[in-house]
Design a protein around this ligand. Structure first.
Ligand code: COA
Length: 258
């Protein structure tokens, strides 16, 4: 069964399912329909014996501008069953190898989803950012747990409290990505690495990944649920409403009274 639609392309070949963010005119910002398609694709990849690895990729100029801000304003995720939370639970507990190729901006969930991938290859134009505070929100995808664990509290504070972007070089140094290549090579490299995984015994891959993630798994699930509850509440609060309205109106937000 195919989960493709124009904004999310899903293609399975030679044991690799490739999920491509394909809404480039809107900087691959992710709508609830796109989250739904990605969650369905991961679920199907999990159960389909023909899929032994998954690649998530964008365009050589943009990975993702994060959640669609119009959706945040008009149809925010209301329950833990909403597509974004279904996608996050799916990617964080996905048992088979996950490979990502990232070029250009990776904003918000565009960066935090990478915390759940096993191998990440980046174009030298990649720029990572988690500006949740600038939007009146809080971290998601267990990033409030995983980012400090990855880079230490001080660097995490620059990324999560100041919302400062960081480069591919920094991402390589802290271990968020595996390698930096020319943007046009990133998707091809991710596929080559996925094909290497496909040739290995799946039983060994599954058990190795499970053991590698076992220490964090409970904490990730717990933190993701706590973040999700706060995030859902904060989406409705004045700071976030001001940030979203300002973005849509292409003006600077005014948080002076919030
Ligand atoms: N949600 C909805 N639409 C978005 C979007 C988002 N997250 N990000 C970009 N777009 C839209 C813009 O509104 C614009 O639409 P228009 O052509 O109809 O005006 C189009 O995509 C191009 O975006 P633009 O900002 O002009 O591109 P840019 O190259 O100057 O900047 C980014 C690219 C990613 C730096 C910038 O778009 C951005 O900061 N986006 C918001 C990121 C964000 O805060 N995401 C939420 C994280 S939780």
């Amino acid at each position: 069964m195919s989960h493709s639609f124009k904004d999310i392309l899903v293609h399975t070949e030679d044991g690799v399912m490739t999920v491509t963010l394909n809404r480039v005119d809107k900087k691959n910002s992710i709508t609830f329909l796109m989250y739904g398609a990605m969650a369905d694709a991961l679920e199907s990849a999990n159960h389909d014996a023909a899929v032994r690895a998954v690649v998530i990729q964008g365009h050589e100029s943009i990975f993702s501008a994060g959640n669609d801000i119009g959706d945040f304003l008009n149809q925010p995720p209301a329950t833990q069953d909403s597509p974004v939370f279904r996608f996050l639970r799916g990617i964080s507990s996905f048992p088979k190898p996950l490979v990502a190729a990232v070029c250009g901006p990776a904003v918000g969930i565009g960066t935090t989803l990478l915390l759940h991938c096993d191998l990440v290859y980046a174009g030298d134009n990649a720029a990572f950012s988690m500006p949740f505070v600038n939007l009146g929100l809080c971290p998601e995808a267990a990033s409030s747990f995983l980012v400090p664990q990855l880079m230490g509290h001080r660097r995490a504070a620059e990324a999560l409290l100041l919302g400062e972007p960081f480069s591919a070089e920094t991402a390589l140094e802290i271990g968020l990505i595996n390698r930096i290549v020319a943007p046009l090579q990133a998707n091809a490299l991710a596929r080559r690495q996925a094909l290497k995984l496909v040739a290995k015994p799946l039983t060994s891959l599954l058990e190795t990944k499970r053991l590698m993630k076992k220490h964090n798994a409970g904490m990730v699930a717990e933190r993701m649920a706590e973040e999700g509850a706060s995030f859902g509440r904060m989406l409705q609060e004045p700071a976030a409403r001001e940030a979203f309205t300002a973005f849509m109106a292409k003006r600077k937000p005014d948080f002076s009274r919030l």
